[in-house]
Write a protein that binds this ligand. Structure first.
Ligand code: NAD
Length: 251
């Protein structure tokens, strides 16, 4: 239980990858602060499971991010995971979707990091894990906002890693390929429309076509990688962008 006594804030931890990361950190003894949307009953169940606080702030605004950080208090581990996707050709990409995707997948990490860093620096220890994507390293059509935001998150992470390099605080991206979560499932209908494909063709010829292993990444595998980055002997691992994508970005 090497994370006992450490507080970990995981954004977007009511679902998918964030929930798996929260479970992996909690299994090592971390106190979890949950964030994200969901049905009241589901969130109550998660609060019980983790014996944790849940702060349901909307992270698409600066005020929402500040409210989250005010409620969370000082955090030792910050996992910026909340994200959203929209699939459409650039010429018809809804402007409000662009703004929301960039706000949540990129700008929210700036707001949480700027609030979390003073405590981490003062105590000489901290871990920042930003959940990016294979799409922080490579592109696919019809996902312009998401891919721009995730590339931006990679650059932001490298920059803060350099700024924090002597402070005991590390900052890394983890970059999954396709993991079977609501975020992926929900983009199937739009991808069918944008590419003129059936559901099965989207899964086999678009999603898994990217992954040489032909397997979806398991959210728990991403949790295990986040735990590794929190170890003492990962103190020199900073400014990196960790692929966990079944070989996608090796091609
Ligand atoms: P998900 O839809 O299962 O979970 C998203 C989480 O973010 C939920 O808890 C949701 O409530 C929360 N959220 C959404 N909008 C929010 C907002 N405005 N404010 C606060 N919280 C909000 O998605 P997921 O697949 O688990 O994705 C998690 C992260 O992993 C995202 O950053 C995503 O880009 C990234 N990612 C996912 C995949 C994949 O294949 N699933 C691949 C690469 C990267």
């Amino acid at each position: 239980m090497f994370l006992s006594g450490k507080r970990a804030l995981v954004t977007g931890s009511t679902s998918g990858i964030g929930l798996a990361v929260a479970r992996a950190l909690a299994a090592e003894g971390a106190e979890i602060v949950l964030n994200g949307f969901g049905e009241e009953a589901d969130i109550a169940r998660l609060r019980d499971e983790f014996r944790a606080r849940h702060v349901g702030a909307d992270l698409t605004t600066c005020e929402g991010c500040d409210a989250l950080m005010d409620a969370a208090g000082p955090v030792d581990i910050l996992v910026n995971n909340a994200g959203m996707q929209h699939v459409a050709p650039v010429e018809s990409f809804p402007v409000e979707k662009w703004d929301a995707i960039v706000a949540l997948n990129l700008t929210a990490a700036f707001h949480t990091v700027r609030r979390a860093v003073p405590h981490m620096k003062a105590q000489g220890w901290g871990r920042i894990v930003n959940v990016a994507s294979a799409h922080s390293k490579t592109a696919s059509p019809f996902k312009s906002a998401y891919i721009a935001a995730k590339h931006g998150l990679d650059g932001f992470t490298k920059t803060i890693a350099l700024e924090l390099a002597r402070s005991g605080v590390t900052a890394n991206c983890v970059s999954p390929g396709y993991a079977w979560t609501p975020l992926v499932e929900n983009q199937i209908p739009d991808t069918m429309k944008a590419r003129g494909l059936s559901r099965e063709e989207v899964i086999d010829d678009v999603l898994l076509a990217k992954q040489p292993t032909k397997k979806f990444v398991q959210p728990a595998e991403i949790g295990a990688l986040a735990v590794f980055l929190c170890r003492e002997d990962a103190g020199n691992v900073t400014g990196a962008n960790w692929s966990i994508d079944g070989g996608w970005t090796a091609e």
